[in-house]
Ligand binder design. Structure first.
Ligand code: SAH
Length: 368
């Protein structure tokens, strides 16, 4: 990649990283330009790494001048890096206005996964997640989402290039639908990152209507944060369950699979001692998923300050895995990565200028 061109930050300018191919086509069409301009621009930005409009030689001079005047290409910057003993890297990424999000880079033998954030904070209040304790500020733009991938590749260079993306950082991606979908499109777009749809995964707490909408526009892999086999327990752990209970969630999963390249949903299940980790829970889970093609990913709970939850013991987690696995659901225990730098699942906090006053409310209730 050639050097980043720092375009003067001018709030009025349109950041072209906000558009996927369709968006760029519409943008150019409005200017009376042909749709192929979109592909040319995408190639310059993502394949050539050429962000200086003056250097885009196959674009006419008047159009270049117009773009220079009205548009910019700007990705957010990594302002802090922590490297864990296992090679996992956590990056703090500046989003302006006192807001910072975190992204996590997880290298493995034959792949490198980037865990990307979709919002500054999170509006949901899952009780076992530390992002939730930060409250919520705003949605990230498409440029800020795809910018995390650009920044990651830039930082690690060719050899460490990201091969897999999971939308499992801060935020609920399906509550930022309109910005997340174009970013996912750019990840899988041949002329941009060209990642296989099997290697790009969106993770949701179960925003059912958005799951149906997603299925109509995009067929990337889906992970669902399940965490409990009954409404009674899930209502507490993942409160959005009160709005979209398990029956509706399972129906949405089944529908999504019809169109998914993977043909199954990955369910995430955090192991919480004495809460959702009994043998009866495991059996109830198997029953719940009996006609949803699934894989199960058990996540040992990662603690954070001021939480009363505890992680189930290894023995209990393995027993749970065996029951689900023997019932015919491929079940893995997620290897915790980057624990020593608080980069593990649910530990991402960034810096959120909370607008939801969550901390205030929790303090009033004596919960912090
Ligand atoms: N909001 C989306 C994306 C976040 S993904 C979602 O809920 O799916 C982050 C994953 O880590 C989710 O499965 C989440 O439930 C899980 N998680 C959150 N806090 C955790 C913790 N403390 N320990 C382990 N996993 C956690």
């Amino acid at each position: 990649m050639k050097s980043f061109v720092t375009v003067l930050v001018n709030k009025e300018k349109i950041n072209l990283l906000n558009f996927d191919r369709k968006g760029l086509q519409a943008f150019f069409a409005e200017m009376g330009e042909k749709p192929f301009r979109a592909t040319q621009m995408i190639k310059w930005i993502y394949q050539e790494g050429e962000w200086d409009f003056d250097q885009m030689t196959n674009i006419s001079k008047p159009l270049r001048a117009y773009l220079k005047e009205n548009c910019c290409i700007i990705a957010p910057e990594i302002i802090l890096e922590q490297v864990a003993s296992d090679g996992t890297r956590k990056w703090v990424i500046e989003m302006g206005g006192g807001n910072k999000v975190e992204a996590v880079y997880i290298p493995e033998d034959n792949r490198a996964t980037l865990c990307v954030s979709s919002q500054v904070g999170c509006a949901l209040a899952c009780t076992f997640c530390s992002t939730a304790q930060q409250g919520f500020n705003r949605n990230l733009t498409t440029a800020e989402i795809i910018g995390q991938l650009i920044a990651a590749n830039h930082r690690v260079g060719e050899q460490g290039r990201v091969t897999n993306v999971v939308m499992m950082g801060m935020g609920e991606p399906l509550l930022n639908f309109d910005n997340v979908v174009p970013a996912m499109n750019l990840m899988t777009e041949d002329f941009a990152f060209g990642l296989s749809k099997r290697r790009v995964t969106i993770s949701t707490s179960g925003v059912v209507p958005a799951m149906y909408r997603l299925q109509e526009v995009c067929d990337i892999s889906m992970a669902v944060s399940l965490h409990a086999p009954t409404d009674a327990v899930r209502d507490i752990l993942v409160p959005i369950n009160q709005k979209y209970p398990l029956k509706e969630l399972m129906a949405a999963c089944k529908k999504y699979i019809e169109n998914s390249p993977r043909g199954f949903i990955t369910f995430e299940y955090v192991m919480l001692e004495g809460i959702n980790d009994s043998e009866a829970d495991a059996r109830a889970l198997v029953k719940l998923l009996k006609d949803v093609p699934s894989k199960m990913n058990l996540i040992p709970f990662n603690p954070f300050p001021n939480t009363d939850y505890k992680c189930s013991s290894r023995r209990v987690i393995e027993r749970f895995r065996d029951i689900v696995h023997h019932a015919g659901i491929v079940t893995t225990i997620r290897k915790t990565r980057g624990e020593d730098i608080d980069a593990a699942c649910g530990q991402l906090v960034g810096k959120v200028k909370d607008k939801s006053r969550r901390m205030e409310r929790l303090q009033k209730m004596g919960l912090t």
